[in-house]
Design a binder for this molecule. Structure first.
Ligand code: HEM
Length: 458
């Protein structure tokens, strides 16, 4: 048994590290190709393993022996999300997952379809013919509206909506620190980004605790996630719910885990559709056939199979969560490898999705591959936009429903075109963002006038 092969010596390792910092997933694919799947190296005191073999990835994600915890970067997010689902471990995570997942099953999120369609149609109605827009900024706004309404309900008071911007600012500062040399310094070193974060964290707590307190006091529970989490009770002890701190952590977690990822998925999809007018035309034809001009509903989602395939293919090419990280809590055997205690084990959905061992012509955007049977025999743990195993994304149905309904609403009225031919770069932060946004020109579908579209939104 051995540590996986990989770059060795100061020069090779620092070159690999630099390439990793620039684009972690691309570097993982390069190392996987060079070392036959899995590669490992030592970075200072830290052992890092890039895992590229699906059966071993399955072992890590399923984690039957409870040998893995989340990696350092994910754990670092607890500065923002505390001990919510994304960062908690052990018994706390198990209990919270049991309490929260029933609120995010297909059946329970059905009532959010209307809010999703409404926000997306309001956006589409505002788009003017031939204007050039940054659709990444647009999708961030649409998904922000959706997450605020679904988390807190429509009665959100003035001032409370700033919760979204505060979390986004916290995330930006967090990314700034972890992507630079500043991450090597202990947490108490007061860089500007960290000082700002402390102020923002206080502001966030004040707003979220206020929302929770008011909702508890009013006793008026609705359909939003805050109400559901307030009503959630432990099966083993029906008197036990979540205290305010836990509720705060879970609300911020759901916001953080669900907002930017979905915004990125939609932005990349709009770019790919602009680059592939034939896909855009097919998707539009499906929406016309299934939905026509009315507002799309939950019942339409399962009939929009091509739209679903476009999203699956877009998340194959640009998986919003492009790295999934774990840390080994003890030395262990993984296939033929020895993984030392405390090693970081990194899985890259991006590298897997672009690997020609698994996908025919992996760089081609071809939604049909999800409909014509060519992906029917994919090995398990190869297509991982939502992760896998017990810690699979708890919001995956929510995200797919939101993305399908948003795309449908946009396709009813607007088609986007590239403004220039320059490739849009990726900015692989915690999520896979487009570098510098995505600038596209909007064309109204024929027969669409702004007045007609606003009437449809009403
Ligand atoms: C396209 C959109 C989304 C993508 C690509 C995505 C991706 C992922 C992935 C890959 C994981 C697993 C991380 C790991 O194993 O370390 C995850 C976990 C999680 N996601 Fe999502 N997600 C999306 C949308 C959402 C939404 C809308 C919500 C909430 C409504 C959400 C809430 C969560 C939470 C709470 C976790 C942690 C689950 C746990 O550890 O038990 N996500 N997501």
């Amino acid at each position: 048994m051995t540590f996986p092969p990989g770059p060795r010596g100061v020069i090779e390792v620092s070159r690999a590290f630099r390439a990793f910092s620039d684009n972690p997933s691309k570097q993982m694919l390069a190392l996987s190709e060079r070392y036959g799947g899995t590669a490992g190296f030592r970075l200072g005191q830290e052992n890092v393993v890039f895992l590229g073999e699906p059966d071993l990835i399955g072992e890590v994600l399923l984690d039957k022996d409870g040998a893995f915890i989340k990696d350092k970067v994910t754990r670092g997010l607890s500065i923002i999300v505390g001990q919510g689902l994304l960062t908690s471990e052990g018994e706390l995570w198990k209990r919270q997952r049991r309490l929260i997942s029933p609120s995010l099953t297909r059946k329970h999120i059905a009532s959010y379809a209307e809010a999703m369609t409404r926000s997306a149609r309001e956006y589409a109605a505002k788009v003017r013919a031939d204007e050039v827009r940054d659709v990444h900024a647009d999708m961030a706004k649409v998904t922000l509206d959706i997450v605020l309404v679904t988390l807190f309900g429509t009665g959100i008071e003035r001032g409370h909506e700033k919760v979204g911007h505060v979390i986004d600012d916290l995330m930006a500062d967090f990314q700034e620190v972890i992507q630079s040399w500043r991450r090597l310094f202990p947490e108490w070193v007061p860089f500007a980004a960290r000082r700002r974060s402390l102020g923002n964290a206080k502001l966030l707590d004040a707003v979220v605790f206020d929302l929770v307190k008011k909702r508890r006091a009013s006793g008026a529970l609705g359909d939003d996630l805050l109400s559901r989490l307030l009503a959630a009770r432990d099966e083993s002890d029906p008197t036990r719910g979540m205290d305010d701190q836990q509720l705060r952590d879970e609300l911020v977690t759901l916001f953080l885990a669900g907002h930017e990822t979905t915004a990125n998925a939609l932005s990349w999809t709009l770019l790919l559709m602009a680059e592939h007018p034939e896909v855009d035309a097919k998707l539009c034809a499906e929406v016309q056939r299934v939905v026509g001009d009315r507002a799309a509903t939950l019942e339409d989602v399962s009939a929009l199979t091509y739209t679903d395939a476009v999203l699956k293919e877009s998340m194959r090419i640009y998986p919003p969560a492009h790295i999934i990280g774990r840390e080994a809590t003890r030395e262990m055997k993984l296939g033929r490898w020895t993984i030392p205690a405390n090693a970081s084990v990194l899985i890259s959905p991006w590298a897997l999705h672009h690997d020609r061992r698994f996908f025919d012509d992996p760089e081609a955007f071809r939604p049909e591959r999800w409909l014509d049977g060519s992906t029917a025999n994919l090995p398990r743990h190869v297509y991982l936009p939502f992760g896998g195993g017990p810690r699979v994304c708890v919001g995956n149905h929510f995200a797919m429903m939101e993305a399908v309904l948003t795309l449908a609403a946009i396709a009813q009225r607007v088609r986007f075109e590239r403004v220039d031919r320059e490739a849009v770069g990726v900015q692989p932060a915690i999520t896979l963002r487009p570098k510098g946004g995505i600038t596209l020109r909007a064309r109204l579908r024929s027969g669409q006038s702004p007045t007609l579209a606003s009437r449809q939104t009403a």
